[in-house]
Ligand binder design. Structure first.
Ligand code: NAD
Length: 492
């Protein structure tokens, strides 16, 4: 029994949340986990008080103080006014890594891939989840995909450190950098830089589309997968589904200061209050939490008792198979069965063996900011325009561009439509017009662009404005450390 108790923030959540949390806390208590829960309220009732983030401001203090958060699922209200509590908590507490171990428990839980054992390490703070969205014209909305070097370094290093700490053999990076050469390209570049520091771990890269297909059809070929936020969201569910155990997986959200642990499933309102929900996902999250706080041996004891319970055929309704399972039990009876097996090991599955220190500490080397040589070489000015053809707009902008700048091209939805566009290209009311220094021509297309002073861009914007053109935004074009920091237009 552990003498000093660790305070952990606990939220019981909505739907099945309170029932599965009660079951899990009883198991932790019986195992002598040494946890002292400090409860906060999140979710439906908090949203109903008009707090659109689903959490009261006083709860942040508790979260910050205890640093470890065991969270039951909540019901996210529908409607544009509400913010996702999960995204808010992850970003506010800097929980940059989402770690989802997935394994098959075949033949107890049927899986097409009995040897599946894959950990998805998903970047948790950046990408399209910044949710910076704008409607810019009558026809076009945009969502900014923000990828940062510190963000990439942190998550990629975390994946390798996780692999090293857990005896994992391979880390696979998945991106779409054949299309998004700047954003996904940076993630892949950082992966290539960091992988050389871990020569004992095999590493490779796959384009996300074929990578996802392979995860769905040959998951045994993978060990640790590291990827960007949106892809990670999708592939985690693909792998959990392939494992056959969506209701059993837990996940960890890890930051430099704080960490949050939860089941991967939602609040299951359809079965709430009936004592039939499976507490296994939240229990496995709690096992990850115990490893995180350096209680590896208690985590091991609970994990083995849980496996022994599954092997003995004591199953909640979602796992129950007539003829194979021995007894169908409710949430609390399942917890009692796990408690009764504390100290036992599974016979069929390999017993879990964890170091007392658990997976802690996975420390990621702090990011070191390096000086950047940044040179402005032009601007993409975006216009809302629908009065004519690409050639008409091209002629108009060519007249307005000089004397310092010249129109290099116009694209519509990323495809070059001027000069020499294809007549078949469909055009919306959203035009990206690229201006560069008049002198840049001297050096040719693929060489360095000539520098531009920002005042020239401002004067150009003013001329466009005076000509009643509707500027919706401007993106500056830079060279950084001698490298082009912007993509070319499709067909440029
Ligand atoms: P869900 O995961 O709650 O339920 C999907 C299906 O799986 C349902 O049939 C449910 O009965 C079943 N199920 C889920 N967990 C189970 C368990 N432990 N035992 C047995 N059966 C289980 O997904 P949903 O219905 O799409 O979402 C319900 C609510 O949960 C929504 O408001 C959603 O926004 C929210 N949600 C919250 C989280 C979270 O808090 N982390 C995650 C996902 C969804």
């Amino acid at each position: 029994m552990i003498a000093i108790k660790t305070k952990v923030t606990v939220a019981q959540g909505d739907g099945i949340g309170p029932e599965i949390m009660e079951a899990v806390l009883r198991i932790l208590d019986a195992a002598g986990a040494g946890i002292e829960p400090e409860f906060i309220e999140i979710g439906e009732r908090v949203y109903a008080q008009g707090l659109t983030a689903g959490i009261a401001s006083s709860s942040w203090e508790t979260l910050r103080k205890n640093k470890v958060f065991l969270k039951a699922p909540i019901t996210t209200p529908q409607g544009k006014g509400y913010k996702s509590l999960n995204v808010t908590v992850r970003k506010s507490l800097g929980l940059f890594a989402n770690v989802r171990p997935n394994r098959a428990y075949h033949p107890i839980v049927k899986s097409l891939f009995p040897d599946l054992d894959v950990v998805i390490v998903r970047e948790n703070e950046e990408d399209l989840y910044a949710a910076i969205e704008h409607q810019q014209t009558g026809e076009v909305v945009q969502c900014l995909k923000l990828i940062t070097r510190p963000g990439c370094e942190k998550i990629v290093r975390y994946a390798f450190e996780f692999a090293r700490a857990n005896g994992r053999k391979k880390v696979t990076c998945m991106t779409k950098d054949n299309i998004m050469k700047q954003t996904d390209g940076m993630f892949h570049d950082v992966f290539n830089e960091v992988r050389v520091e871990y020569p004992e771990i095999e590493s490779d890269h796959m384009i996300i589309d074929i990578g996802t297909a392979r995860l769905a059809t040959r998951p045994e070929d993978f060990d640790v997968v590291v990827t960007l936020n949106l892809y990670g969201d999708i592939v985690s569910d693909v792998v959990a589904e392939a494992a056959g155990s969506v209701g059993m997986a837990g996940s960890a959200n890890i930051g430099e200061q704080c960490a949050m642990f939860e089941a991967i499933h939602g609040s299951a309102p359809d079965i709430a209050g009936q004592d039939i929900a499976n507490p296994s996902g939240l229990l496995n999250a709690a096992v990850m939490m115990l490893q995180h706080i350096g209680r590896g041996k208690v985590a091991e004891k609970i994990a083995n008792a849980w496996l022994a319970t599954l092997e003995d055929g004591i199953h909640t309704a979602d796992m129950f198979t007539a003829g194979k399972s021995r007894e169908k039990v409710g949430t609390q009876a399942f917890a009692d069965a796990v408690i009764a097996r504390l100290g036992q090991e599974p016979g069929y599955f390999q017993p879990i063996s964890l170091a007392e220190s658990g997976i802690k500490p996975i420390e990621v080397q702090p990011y070191e900011r390096k000086p950047v040589d940044k040179q402005l070489v032009g601007a993409d000015i975006f216009l809302d325009w629908w009065e004519g053809t690409p050639n008409e707009l091209g002629r108009l902008l060519t007249q307005l561009a000089g004397p310092e700048l010249k129109l290099k091209m116009i694209t519509n939805r990323g495809v070059k439509v001027y000069p020499n566009g294809q007549p078949e290209t469909f055009c919306t009311d959203h035009w990206r017009c690229r201006f560069v220094a008049v002198r840049s021509e001297i050096l040719g297309e693929e060489k360095r662009y000539e520098p531009v002073d920002y005042s020239e861009v401002l004067r150009l914007q003013n001329r466009l404005y005076q000509s009643t053109l509707d500027i919706i935004k401007t993106e500056n074009l830079y060279y950084l450390n001698g490298q082009r920091g912007f993509s070319l237009g499709q067909g440029e």
